[in-house]
Design a protein around this ligand. Structure first.
Ligand code: C2E
Ligand code: CA
Length: 305
C-alpha cells in the first residue's frame, strides 16, 4: 500500500496539541471571558435576552474566537470544565442583573458533548440554585445538528431540561425537512434561524418559501422564532416579513462586555449603570427608585416597520 504524508496534517496536529495544552491553563489563569449579544423583540424593540459568547484572552494571540477553540476543547475532552465555567459565570451575571431590576433572559450555548452527559440537568439545577436564578431566566441554545440526532441520550436530555424548567432554543436552525421531523419530538421554546439561511433567503425565493413554512409551523406550536445574524436592512425587513419574534445581529449590537450591555440599552454612551431605563428590558419590573415616565427611545435599534 501507499501512505501519503502531507506536512500540513502534522502542522495542524501540533497546533491542536498546543491549543489544548494552553486551554487547560486558561481557566486557572482567568483568561476566559464572556461577551453578551442582545436579542431584541421585533415588535416592541425591547431587549428580551442576551446570548453569552465565550472569548479566550490569550496572552500572545489576543482575543481568540470560540469557533477556533471550542471544537478543539470538544475533541480533547476539555469542554466539560469550560462549559461549567460558562454556565457558572453567565448564570451569576444574569442573577446580578435581575437583582438590579433587569429581568432579561440569559442564553448560553451548550455543546453536544456537555448536553449528552447524564448529569447535565442536575448540575445546571445546582448552579441556578447557587446563584438564585429562576430556571426560566435561562435559555440553553442547542444546535439543530445535536437535536436532530434524536438518540436516546438526546431525548432524555431534552426531557430533563423540560422538567427543570429552563428554556430550550434550537440554534443554527436551517428548516431542513429532517430537522423539522426531529424537532416535533422535543419540547422547545425557541427556534433560532441560522445566519446563512436568512442571508440566502434574500435572493432565493425557494429557500424563502421553505423558511416561511417552517416559521408558520413553529408559530403553530407556539415557539418563538429568532432571526440571528441580521447584518443588513434587507435581512431585517425579511426577518420582520417572515414574522420573526426576535432579532439579533450586528445591525443592532455586536457581542459586548457586561457593563457595555447596560450602557447600550440605556441608549446613551455616557449613561451610568444605575441610570439604565427600565423600559428597555421586556420583562423588567420598574424599580420604585427609577423614574417610570422615561420612555425608551430606541435610537440605536430604530427600525421602520
Ligand atoms: P453561534 O451560537 O451561532 O453564535 C453566533 C456567532 O455569530 C457569534 O460568533 C456571534 O458573535 C456571531 N454573530 C452575531 N451576529 C452576527 C452578525 O450579524 N454577523 C456575523 N457575521 N456574525 C454574527 P462567536 O462569538 O465567534 O461564536 C462562534 C460560535 O462559537 C457560536 O456560534 C457557538 O457555536 C460557539 N460558542 C460561543 N460561545 C460558546 C460557549 O460558551 N459554549 C459553547 N459550547 N459554544 C460556544
Ligand atoms: Ca448560539
Amino acid at each position: 500500500g501507499h501512505a501519503l504524508f502531507d506536512p500540513r496534517i502534522e502542522a495542524e496536529q501540533n497546533e491542536e496539541a498546543t491549543i489544548a495544552r494552553e486551554l487547560q491553563q486558561a481557566i486557572l489563569q482567568k483568561q476566559l471571558e464572556l461577551f453578551y449579544q442582545p436579542k431584541i423583540d421585533a415588535a416592541t424593540l425591547q431587549v428580551t435576552a442576551v446570548e453569552a459568547l465565550l472569548r479566550w484572552r490569550h496572552p500572545t494571540l489576543g482575543l481568540v474566537s470560540p469557533a477556533r477553540f471550542i471544537p478543539v476543547a470538544e475533541r480533547q475532552g476539555l469542554i466539560e470544565p469550560i462549559g461549567a465555567w460558562v454556565l457558572d459565570h453567565a448564570i451569576k451575571q444574569a442573577a446580578t442583573w435581575r437583582a438590579a431590576g433587569m429581568r432579561l433572559r440569559m442564553a448560553v450555548n451548550v455543546s453536544g458533548v456537555q448536553f449528552r452527559q447524564d448529569d447535565f440537568a442536575a448540575k445546571l439545577g445546582r448552579v441556578l440554585k447557587t446563584h438564585g436564578l429562576p430556571p426560566d431566566g435561562l435559555s440553553c441554545e442547542i444546535t439543530e445538528t445535536v437535536a436532530a440526532e434524536n438518540t436516546e441520550a438526546t431525548r432524555r436530555a431534552f426531557m430533563t431540561l423540560e422538567q427543570l424548567g429552563v428554556h430550550v432554543c434550537i440554534d443554527d436552525f436551517s428548516a431542513s425537512p429532517p430537522a423539522m421531523a426531529a424537532l416535533r419530538q422535543i419540547h422547545l421554546h425557541e427556534l433560532k434561524i441560522e445566519r446563512a439561511a436568512l442571508a440566502g433567503c434574500v435572493r432565493d425565493a425557494q429557500a424563502r418559501k421553505l423558511l416561511e413554512n417552517a416559521v408558520k409551523a413553529a408559530h403553530s406550536h407556539k415557539l418563538r422564532v429568532v432571526a440571528a445574524g441580521v447584518e443588513t436592512i434587507a435581512q431585517r425587513d425579511l426577518a420582520v416579513h417572515l414574522c420573526s419574534d426576535e432579532l439579533q445581529g450586528y445591525l443592532f449590537a455586536k457581542p459586548m462586555i457586561a457593563r457595555a450591555v447596560i450602557i447600550w440599552a440605556a441608549g446613551a454612551p455616557s449613561a451610568l449603570a444605575q441610570a439604565f431605563r427600565p423600559t428597555a428590558f421586556k420583562d423588567t419590573q420598574p424599580l420604585d427608585a427609577l423614574p417610570t415616565q422615561v420612555a425608551f427611545q430606541p435610537t440605536r435599534i430604530s427600525m421602520q416597520r
